[in-house]
Ligand binder design. Structure first.
Ligand SMILES: O=C(O)CCC(=O)C(=O)O
Ligand SMILES: [Fe+2]
Length: 290
């Protein structure tokens, strides 16, 4: 369990560097359960021939027609079908970690597993700042009030495409990395010249290698990305993004006045506005990789 002293250190590192690492956040049976439930979610995703969305639940699929076999690259809001992930997102340990950063009223804006199955192309994420995924009118309010937690399910190594961050980049404002064209993050790679053009020396990049159960926190302005998987091992990574509740109307409650709060009867608007216009269930067949 995270101690108060560790949580204070995390807060200091996070404010100073724009990211912070916690070793051994999950261990033992809990970690084994995380890994088993993740495999279960992957199997669920494989049942869909194309990217599938139902409310905030979503599976991103690379179909066999183009990729030789079917791959699941992301699952969103698994909490709607998995009691394990529903509980993990609002666990006591998570509260201890987040309360010093966000206070006692906390909502969750994203819950995602990202896989990088060996052999699948398109598993790298170009350098970016997550602020690009937030609605324009809320960016100012959300920027200083959001923390994203990335929990390693599999070992995260340089070979299999661990997260890479630029320390201190959270103080440089929004830099527009990867925003050109259609803005797709998983097509192509970031050229060193693109980083240099916004004042980042590629030598500043830090690879965040993690053991299963370790986690890393970063903010909406922290420049980060991750390379494709060049190893024979999958890399599953759980991303959970939390916000001070008073900074947005959006999000699912995680902790209300310090009390762990389950999902309600219906999904709340989080990042994906299609919940309002086309809640699904629906298959998305647009070939974004083309
Ligand atoms: O899964 C990763 O390596 C990073 C993903 C990421 O940065 C994002 O989805 O915003
Ligand atoms: Fe990101």
């Amino acid at each position: 369990m995270v101690t108060a002293a560790e949580a204070a250190q995390v807060r200091e590192d996070y404010r100073d560097q724009g990211y912070a690492i916690v070793r051994g956040f999950l261990a033992g049976d809990e970690l084994a359960r995380l890994r088993a439930e993740t495999r279960h979610i992957y199997e669920e995703g494989l049942k869909h021939h194309a990217t599938y969305r139902d409310g905030n639940l979503r599976f991103e699929i690379l179909p066999e027609s183009r990729f030789g076999q079917r791959y699941v690259t992301q699952a969103h809001w698994m909490g709607w079908i998995s009691p394990f992930f529903e509980a993990l997102r609002r666990s006591d340990a998570m509260y201890r970690l987040l309360e010093p950063l966000l206070g006692s009223d906390i909502k969750q804006m994203a819950q995602q597993i990202h896989w990088k199955p060996p052999g699948a192309e398109l598993t790298g994420y170009r350098f970016h700042q997550d602020l690009r995924f937030r609605p324009d009118e809320e960016q100012d309010a959300q920027a200083g009030s959001t923390v994203t937690v990335g929990l390693a399910i599999d070992p995260a190594t340089e070979e299999n495409g661990c997260l890479r961050v630029v320390p201190g980049s959270h103080r440089r404002g929004y830099l527009g990395l990867s925003d050109e064209g259609d803005g797709a993050l998983m097509k192509g790679q970031t050229a060193e010249s693109e980083l240099q053009s916004v004042g980042i020396d590629p030598g500043e990049i830090v690879a965040v290698a993690l053991e299963p159960g370790d986690l890393v926190l970063w903010g909406l302005l922290t420049v980060h990305g991750s390379a494709a998987n060049r190893s024979q091992q999958d890399r599953a990574f759980l991303l959970s993004s939390y916000i001070r509740a008073d900074a947005s109307e959006r999000g699912e409650w995680a902790f209300r006045d310090g009390v762990s709060t389950p999902l309600g009867d219906a999904p709340r608007l989080c990042k994906d506005d299609r919940l309002l216009t086309e809640p699904g269930p629906v298959y998305e067949t647009a070939a974004w990789w083309a």
